[in-house]
Design a protein around this ligand. Structure first.
Ligand code: SF4
Length: 401
């Protein structure tokens, strides 16, 4: 019933010490007392899905949040043990964990490595105190540098750092300084995100009430170009619109998303894409714990159709059947985020049609405008197309879902 493709497994940890001013993720401050019960519920959910799906192989594991580095090492070990008991997990599986610089030290990071975490993603966001305060990050630039040094001393050899650009009041010179600072730390991976102002956040209120200058999208585009240039000079491979890596250090878990492969999300608010359906769990950790524990006795005896499985998974709050056409469109949208582009042969094998035929007129038109190109068996955005990605995506969508 399910595809045999290996699974990308996401584990959501919805706890943070404090809430950053720009954040609209599903995360809660002051709820850490729930951690033991929450981890128990995650283990239940892992067992449910292993039985339901016929124990597919897990190719990657990613602890995201929230702040997964708030989990004590024994809890991470327990969760990995539960996953390994439930699913076949290859020894070389990429196991990533997102960490907040203010929450880690060498002993903790060595402990994570000892229990199998082999990739760390550190949310640095900026190296300048005024921007860290503006974002409400709750850690300093010195703590970020110390976290990187601690990760190295603990033996970490696959370290990703995240930065945000396009901040209110941030100049091109400020951004150049951040790029210099991050490159000096020599991470294996870099994720650079343009600030998105999410409605309802304190940052959105600051901007709406004029307490902060509005971000300038043209300046953000210049910052993106500067990053592309600086990181290329430093030997990083630009492999996805917002992601760069040393060759061979691309994030394999996220590559599964961009290839529109199957993924299973465990935990409060986690999303999954499996068996022709996309679905999401209840958001509040308390509800998730109650509902996942309630299912302890009702695990499916054997795999079945996804809609039937979801009917006995009361912690799943939203579900949507994805039509073949929508899957095709989403595969193109995600695949074009990769700098190498969308593999044309793999696409034809998966959908039984070529990309150009699937979007009549649009691919040719975008090619003539210099926004899309074909190279080495892939359809990809040109450098100009990367800056005008939204225009490309809306033209493709206008040729019909
Ligand atoms: S640490 Fe991350 S998830 Fe937590 S509040 Fe800040 S931005 Fe949101």
């Amino acid at each position: 019933m399910m595809s045999d493709a290996p699974l990308a497994l996401y584990i959501h940890i919805p706890f943070c010490r404090t809430r950053c001013r720009y954040c609209d993720f599903n995360t809660y401050a002051g709820s850490q007392g729930l951690v033991p019960a929450y981890c128990g519920a995650l283990a239940q959910e892992a067992r449910f899905w292993a039985a339901a799906l016929g124990t597919p192989e897990v190719a990657t594991i990613y602890f995201g949040g929230g702040t997964p580095s708030l989990l004590p090492v024994p809890e991470v070990q327990g969760l990995l043990g539960a996953v390994r008991d439930a699913f076949p997990v290859a020894p070389a599986t990429e196991i990533s964990l997102e960490a907040n610089p203010g929450t880690v030290d060498e002993g903790y990071l060595a402990g994570l490595r000892a229990v199998g975490v082999n990739r760390l993603s550190l949310g640095v966001q900026s190296f300048q105190g005024r921007f860290l305060r503006l974002l409400g990050r709750g850690h300093s630039a010195a703590q970020a540098r110390e976290a990187v040094a601690a990760a190295r001393r603990a033996g970490g050899d696959n370290l990703g750092l995240d930065l945000i650009y396009g901040l209110p009041g941030q100049s091109l010179g400020d951004w150049r300084a951040d790029l210099g600072a991050v490159l000096a730390l020599g991470p294996e991976h870099l994720s650079l995100y343009a600030l998105e102002v999410a409605e309802g956040t304190p940052l959105a209120a600051d901007l709406a009430q004029g307490r902060l200058p509005a971000p300038d999208p043209d300046l953000a585009a210049d910052m993106y170009l500067l990053a592309e240039e600086s990181l290329a000079q430093a030997g990083y491979l630009h492999y996805e619109l917002s992601n760069w890596a040393r060759p061979g250090r691309e994030c394999r878990h996220n590559l599964a998303y961009w290839r529109n492969g199957p993924y299973l999300g465990l935990g409060a608010g986690a999303h999954s894409w499996l068996g022709g359906m996309r679905f999401a769990n209840v958001s509040r950790p308390e509800d998730y714990i109650r509902l996942a524990h309630a299912l302890a006795e009702a695990r499916p005896a054997r795999p079945g159709a996804m809609a039937a499985l979801l009917a006995v998974a009361p912690w799943v709050a939203e579900r949507e059947t994805i039509s073949a056409r929508l899957e095709l469109v989403e595969t193109v949208m995600m695949g074009l985020r990769l700098v190498a582009g969308l593999g044309l042969e793999a696409f034809r094998e998966r959908f039984g049609v070529g990309v150009a035929a699937a979007f009549p007129g649009a691919v040719e038109e975008l090619g003539a405008q210099g926004l899309l190109e074909t190279a080495q068996g892939h359809l990809r955005l040109t450098p100009r197309g990367r800056l005008l990605g939204n225009q490309v995506f809306s033209r493709l969508l206008s040729s019909g879902l």
